[in-house]
Design a protein around this ligand. Structure first.
Ligand SMILES: *Cc1c(COP(=O)(O)O)cnc(C)c1O
Length: 382
């Protein structure tokens, strides 16, 4: 089966992990701050907090922004469940904003209309999480203007967008958000096995996220309630978690980062090749935003009548092509239906969920494999 996503591990990556295995620290050692610094240098953000998954990064970002019971968090239905679940981890509630049918990202017009209505009824969100679907940045400038007008905080879920740019600057610089989070799951752009990272320009938020990453325990006297100078003294000042990553993973991530631009370039070339190979077929191809350079985590096509997505999906799988669906709208998951969400509430995301098909895309996909995928898709459609 040609997988829809796959990691690329070099001999250098393996050596980097091996060096950590032979060193003094498997966790809480020097590789983690080195990995964090490399991300600050790469994106231009001031602070980075590396954790054991993007899900954890979302959770500590919400905790650091004081999300709690009675609060609302808005995201899009066209995402992985983690973007919304972080609300419930904090005792808050999630709601959704539909997507734009072209970019498949949060529809800024729909966001503005929903904010206007929420301002009238007094239930504005505390946090909004735009998701950079498939690697292409959302319209962050407009979202940031709405954040200032309506007083909410912004976390960019950039799990798909490591290596991408927006308005000429790297995604992750937090110019238009409070926090940006990345995922390093093996299907994403670079990997640490499991792993995630939160970036911010706000030193207070960075300190708070670091605190929540590790039990709420600190040795920083500035964060303590009673300042005891003894070197053995530490305090638990909040209820944190153990979301730490390891030096093994940080070393792998740091080594992977040296090829991040190469991976992103290759993904862009593969996406261009798909555009050409598929141009004659009765398909909706991904539309490109002028403000963004996509990291191309996913290459998705839209299958419309008379062809049926599920028939095409099965035919592709039978031919050994690991197609996928991104995403089943989050609000239609049983957990979310129990919170009161229903079919029909977010029609653009729902139509997208019915028609979308994700084709394989990863740095080692060969020209021959891409041709085979295009030919098989052409047959499956007819
Ligand atoms: C993969 C993904 C996550 C979760 O990432 P993990 O590192 O697996 O926790 C969150 N949001 C989006 C949009 C993702 O694609």
């Amino acid at each position: 089966m040609i997988p829809y996503g796959r990691q690329d591990i070099s001999e250098e990556d393996i050596k980097a992990v091996e060096r950590v295995l032979r060193s003094d620290f498997l966790t809480q050692g020097p590789a983690i701050p080195a990995f964090e610094k490399a991300f600050c240098d790469y994106t231009g953000a001031d602070h980075a907090v590396a954790v054991n998954s993007a899900t954890s990064a979302l959770h500590i970002a919400c905790l650091a922004l004081d999300l709690g019971p009675g609060d609302l968090l808005w995201t899009v239905p066209n995402t992985f469940v983690a973007s919304a679940n972080c609300a419930y981890y904090c005792g808050a509630t999630a709601d959704f904003v539909d997507i734009d049918p072209d970019t498949r990202n949060m529809d800024v017009g729909a966001l503005e209309a929903k904010l206007e209505a929420a301002a009238q009824s007094g239930n504005l969100p505390k946090i909004v999480i735009p998701v950079h679907f498939a690697g292409q940045s959302c319209g962050m400038k407009a979202i940031n203007e709405l954040a200032k007008r309506y007083g909410f905080r912004v976390i960019e879920d950039a799990s798909h967008a490591v290596g991408g740019s927006y308005l000429g600057d790297k995604v992750g610089n937090c110019q238009f958000s409070d926090v940006t989070i990345f995922s390093f799951h093996p299907v994403k752009i670079i990997t640490t096995g499991e792993g995630g990272l939160a970036l911010t320009n706000d030193p207070e938020l960075a300190k708070r996220m670091a605190l929540y990453r590790s039990h709420g325990v600190t040795r920083d006297t500035a964060l303590m309630e009673t300042a005891v100078a003894e070197p053995w003294y530490y305090e638990q000042v909040a209820l944190g978690l153990n979301y730490r990553t390891t030096d093994l993973q940080a070393a792998l991530g740091l080594s992977q980062m040296s090829r991040l631009d190469e991976f992103t370039l290759k993904r862009n070339e593969l996406a261009d090749a798909y555009d050409t190979l598929l141009s004659g077929l009765a398909l909706g191809l991904p539309k490109r935003s002028e403000s963004a350079y996509s990291a191309w985590h996913l290459y998705t096509v839209l299958i419309s009548e008379p062809a049926e997505r599920d028939v095409v999906f099965n035919k592709m799988r039978e031919k050994g092509i690991g197609v996928n669906v991104h995403y089943i709208p989050v609000h239609l998951q049983p957990f979310y239906k129990k919170q009161g969400f229903k079919e029909g509430m977010f029609p653009v995301s729902e139509a997208h969920g019915r028609n979308v098909l994700t084709l394989p895309l990863h740095p080692n996909l060969s020209e021959a494999q891409q041709k085979y995928i295009a030919e098989t898709l052409s047959e499956a459609l007819s």
